[in-house]
Design a protein. Structure first.
Length: 276
């Protein structure tokens, strides 16, 4: 409008105000379009297994998408996409239990993931936090705090969660000794749960858990001094409940992963009945 009134070109107008010309053509992507873009990136990565994010960006632009390499790279990392170093002839790229396309959660108890966070008490003694996430709902099912957590402890923790939430189809983890222990893997498989191990040196393939761990570190651990293990357990559990029930989650449209449902008391029910 301004360029028409002043009868100046886009190039000259942008040069005068010190603005990049591409900003004049930028249009924010709505949530629905954002989801379509993410799905299309995954489809192209699956179809052209040897392409990197730059080639996929070029393909998207040829299809008419107004998108840059930085945005595609962000989706690429979040979805755990990558080009394998070696690919056998005439073979296809499989899911992350040996591949470049990460299995995406489709419903509750479809894919869980777990990982450790290390911290220490005021006296310098280290402790571990085992975080277990339902990737579909983004709910943190537990944040178990202990000085040592071995594979046998992981089995006991999972057993409690299975009784409470049901048994998942898959469990994703890195290749830590606690997770690849023969006793744990055998026990998981006996319950028809498929373990998914990410590629070494590729933490983004366990992106949901890595993201949660980062939020816990930034929002809680970096600002707390724990004078005892008991204090750490109480404070971390309080934060976990807040995260699940109150903290807005951007990927859930601003909703928390597991909001509390309102439970009316007997007195409130009696009051409502009297007003009818």
């Amino acid at each position: 409008m301004v360029m028409r009134e002043l009868k100046v070109s886009e190039r000259r107008a942008c040069k005068t105000i010190g603005q990049i010309r591409s900003t004049q053509r930028y249009r924010p992507i709505e949530n629905q379009e954002k989801e379509k873009l993410e799905n299309r990136v995954i489809e192209l990565a699956s179809e052209y297994g040897r392409y990197g994010y730059r080639q996929v960006t070029d393909l998207l632009q040829m299809e008419g998408w107004v998108v840059g390499k930085d945005r595609v790279f962000s989706i690429w990392q979040r979805e755990g996409l990558k080009v394998p170093q070696k690919q056998p002839k005439r073979s296809r790229l499989w899911l992350v239990d040996g591949s470049c396309i990460r299995l995406r959660p489709e419903f509750r108890n479809h894919v869980w993931s777990y990982d450790f966070v290390s911290e220490e008490t005021h006296d310098g003694r280290k402790f571990k936090i085992l975080n277990i996430i339902d990737e579909f709902s983004r709910e943190c099912l537990t944040s178990h705090v202990a000085r040592r957590i071995r594979s046998q402890d992981v089995i006991l923790i999972l057993a409690d969660l299975f009784l409470k939430h049901g048994i998942p189809k898959h469990i994703r983890s890195d290749n830590g000794p606690e997770f690849i222990a023969k006793k744990l893997v055998t026990w998981i498989k006996s319950l028809e749960v498929k373990p998914l191990f990410i590629q070494p040196g590729s933490p983004w393939e366990n992106g949901y858990c890595e993201s949660f761990n980062g939020k816990m570190r930034y929002e809680l651990l970096n600002g707390e001094i724990f004078y005892s293990l008991l204090e750490a357990r109480i404070i971390i559990e309080r934060w976990r409940v807040h995260y699940n029930t109150k903290r807005p989650h951007s990927s859930l449209g601003g909703r928390p992963p597991a909001p509390k449902t309102f439970q009316p008391t007997l007195k409130l029910l009696e009051k409502d009945l009297l007003t009818l």
